[in-house]
Design a protein around this ligand. Structure first.
Ligand code: SF4
Length: 227
């Protein structure tokens, strides 16, 4: 009788795996797709530390999943919209491949990104929802302005505004980079930091061509994780 060593378990290459914090079904609470039933794929890890971050639980932990397993879990929810978020999803190399595979599968795909990492290689079918971090976030120095050259009219730039000084900075940034000619611009009050009505009044008074938005999921479900 010959004795064979057990064959090693197949190893999924790092580039084909992602560290995932959660995959869940909810309503899209932000952006131009607000209100659509959407599957969220939340990738683990973020190199930034914004003062108002509401997803610190995604900085660490999570579990490794193959792209196939992620795609299968997304498909199990049976909806057309998928948002890849974090953390900072682009901090993981395989995120780019996931985005392309989701587009290939026919989903309406959006990517929520901090604006600190290069978006050049993101599949052009993906709707990019990209932050520009304001001074009060504590991470304005991380903004990668070269990314603006990769945005198109279907994409969105989002400012989370913490106070009046942030508003003035955002207004100036929109003008300096002619952002409203490149994409849609979203202004959102930082939850619990700035009264939504104040921001709404400032936008109206200045007749800014930006879209005010509230985080619908927080109005509906507060800060419950997985919503
Ligand atoms: S980029 Fe997003 S996930 Fe990262 S610290 Fe800022 S708010 Fe949190």
């Amino acid at each position: 009788m010959s004795i064979h060593a057990p064959s090693p378990a197949p190893v999924t290459p790092q580039a084909e795996r992602l560290r995932i914090t959660e995959i869940f079904l909810s309503l899209q609470g932000e952006s131009r797709s607000v209100g659509w039933p959407t599957v969220f794929v939340r990738l683990t890890g973020c190199p930034l530390r914004c003062g108002y971050c509401d997803t610190e639980y995604a900085f660490t932990g999570g579990e490794w999943m193959s792209l196939e397993a992620v795609l299968a879990q997304v498909a199990s929810h049976g909806v057309h919209h998928v948002t890849v978020t974090g953390g900072e999803p682009l901090a993981q190399r395989a995120c780019l491949e996931l985005l392309t595979r989701l587009c290939d599968a026919g989903y309406e795909v959006s990517l929520e990104t901090s604006g600190a990492l290069d978006v050049a290689a993101v599949d052009p079918r993906v709707v990019k929802v990209m932050d520009l971090k304001t001074p009060a976030s504590g991470e304005a120095g991380r903004n990668r302005y070269e990314n603006l050259g990769y945005l198109s009219l279907k994409d969105q730039v989002k400012f989370v505004i913490c106070d009046r000084a942030d508003y003035e900075w955002a207004r100036q940034t929109v003008a300096t980079h002619d952002l409203t000619a490149r994409c849609e611009v979203l202004f959102s009050p930082s939850y619990g930091q700035l009264a939504p009505r104040d921001l709404a009044d400032w936008i109206v008074a200045d007749r800014l061509p930006v879209r005010f938005q509230l985080q619908l999921h927080k109005i509906l479900w507060g800060e419950e994780q997985g919503r």
